[in-house]
Write a protein that binds this ligand. Structure first.
Ligand code: GLN
Length: 486
């Protein structure tokens, strides 16, 4: 078989279980394919072939003796903001260019405990700040559906790696849309779990009250498989929730009987691309055919304040989180001076890119005396209102459905000089982080060959309903089977 790299987790697991292939064969196939196409898309920052093959050998050994779990022996790529012991973790930043963590993030420990195979790390917007992966300090990643287009961001490397079959699945992180928006742009499945569902221990912090790790996969079933492994309480992350983890594969039900779905009109924003609107409306009709009761006229009026609140809250937290990069403890350190203050200043000056500096300045300003009440405190109040509005909606509906983003992938370079336009690319996703609730993006169509995503939003800790609706839709449509011609 020379197309092993194209398998899903379910497909790979089946073949591994039946001894049709070994993990080493599977891993070699993925690495070979990755080497062939990586130059065209540049989805990866680090590829660790030898380590991956060693892990594959171990997985093969484990499989001869014990139980074969769904992720055992299956090759994955990891967004480069999750700490991997002995493997560089750069956040696609100059300041961490040579940083090798001495420990694994909890999610990585969990993957390793399953004997998963880690092929390497994926490219991202620096410190996850961005929506196009153009803010990587190294190089932009390209969208395989249109090589002159962005893949979305900040987990663009992970979504491109999955869309192009470089890896069977990947992990991403989502602070304001960074899993879902690029998943939508690359026609793969991206889930942002409820805040607290997946441990953030070892995830390099951007905005700690918004960040979540989640799966990027080729199918909804695969998303459930990954969630079964990465979800759960972790005493090392005090914000992780002490709730039991269900078996998410039980949510993979093909009909939507007895489900009530609301369509919040504020998400069909002004300026939205017509094909996005019509594709998502058609997708919602499909949900109705599958048995769901649809209310087309839901209103969440505070949605319009979400973007402004996010760009106060996220930069404020970032400004605090990024203070640690002073050249003393981690990574890049400017040495060409005898003055400590100058060394710290120059470390940040040369170590951080423009967008990161913009966020640090915005955040520092919003938190400073005299402005704190006007900006940060007010944004926190807006946050409460937004969460309350979702809570009220969920008294009536099991889930809400919206487009993932207002447009299809835009051209590389098109928005780099216009931060506001770039920020608007997440209008549909960032309210979800503000409320801390789960949402998934699933492939829902194309416009001129470029992907369109549909977002399904659920109640806190109800990833099950989100996966259920996503699965039923996927089973009834063909979008997820399309692969870019590359
Ligand atoms: N694009 C948004 C931002 O730039 C969200 C990023 C993310 O989710 N990490 O902040």
């Amino acid at each position: 078989m020379d197309d092993l790299h194209q398998l899903s987790i379910s497909g790979a697991h089946q073949l591994l279980k039946e001894r049709e292939v070994s993990s080493v064969e599977l891993t070699k196939a993925s690495l070979r394919h990755l080497a062939e196409i990586e130059d065209k898309v540049r989805a990866c920052v680090t590829v660790t072939e030898d380590a991956a093959l060693r892990q594959a050998e171990e997985a093969d050994k484990a499989m001869t003796s014990g139980e074969i779990k769904p992720l055992t022996g299956v090759p994955a790529l990891i967004k480069d903001n999750m700490c991997t012991k002995g493997m560089k973790t750069t956040c696609s930043s100059k300041i961490l260019e040579n940083f090798v963590p001495p420990y694994d993030a909890t999610v990585i420990e969990k993957l390793k405990a399953e004997k998963a195979v880690i092929l390497g790390k994926t490219n991202m917007d620096e410190f996850a700040m961005g929506s196009s992966t153009e803010n990587s300090a190294f190089y932009p990643t390209r969208n395989p559906w249109g090589l002159d287009c962005v893949p979305g961001g900040s987990s663009g490397g992970s979504t491109v790696a999955v869309a192009t079959d470089e890896a069977i699945y990947a992990l991403g992180s989502d602070t304001g849309g960074s899993i879902r928006q690029p998943a939508g742009f690359c026609s793969v499945v991206g889930l942002k779990p409820t805040y607290g569902r997946v441990s953030r221990f070892g995830l390099v912090a951007f905005a700690s009250s918004l960040d979540q790790i989640g799966p990027v996969t080729k199918s909804v079933a695969d998303s459930a498989f990954v969630m079964n492994v990465i979800a759960g309480h972790d005493p090392r992350d005090s914000t992780s929730a002490p709730y039991p983890v269900p078996d998410y594969t039980k949510s993979l039900i093909p009909d939507l009987k007895n489900l009530r779905i609301g369509i919040p009109r504020e998400y069909f924003v002004e300026g939205m691309q017509e094909e996005v609107r019509t594709s998502v409306q058609a997708a919602i009709n499909k949900l109705q055919e599958l048995g769901a009761e649809i209310d087309w006229d839901v209103s969440l009026p505070h949605t319009k304040y979400a973007l402004a609140a996010y760009y106060i809250l996220a930069p404020s937290e970032a400004s605090a989180n990024l203070a640690r990069y002073d050249g003393v403890k981690y990574g890049f350190s400017y040495q060409d001076t005898n003055n400590m203050w100058e060394a710290m200043e120059k470390t940040k000056q040369f170590g951080f890119g423009a967008e990161v500096k913009r966020r640090i300045m915005l955040g520092t300003y919003a938190l400073s005396a005299g402005y704190y009440d006007a900006y940060y405190l007010k944004a926190q109040k807006v946050r409460t209102l937004i969460r309350r509005e979702f809570d009220q909606a969920f008294e009536k509906y099991d889930a809400l459905v919206t487009p993932t983003s207002p447009t299809v992938p835009f051209k590389i370079g098109e928005k780099v000089d216009d931060p506001m336009q770039m920020y608007l690319s997440d209008v549909c996703t960032l309210p979800i982080n503000i409320a801390g609730i789960p949402a998934i993006s699933v492939p829902a169509g194309f416009a001129d060959g470029l992907p369109i995503g549909m977002q399904i939003i659920g109640k806190p800790f109800d990833e099950e309903t989100v996966l259920h609706i996503a699965f039923a839709y996927e089973q009834a449509t063909d979008w997820h089977n399309k692969r870019p011609a590359i």
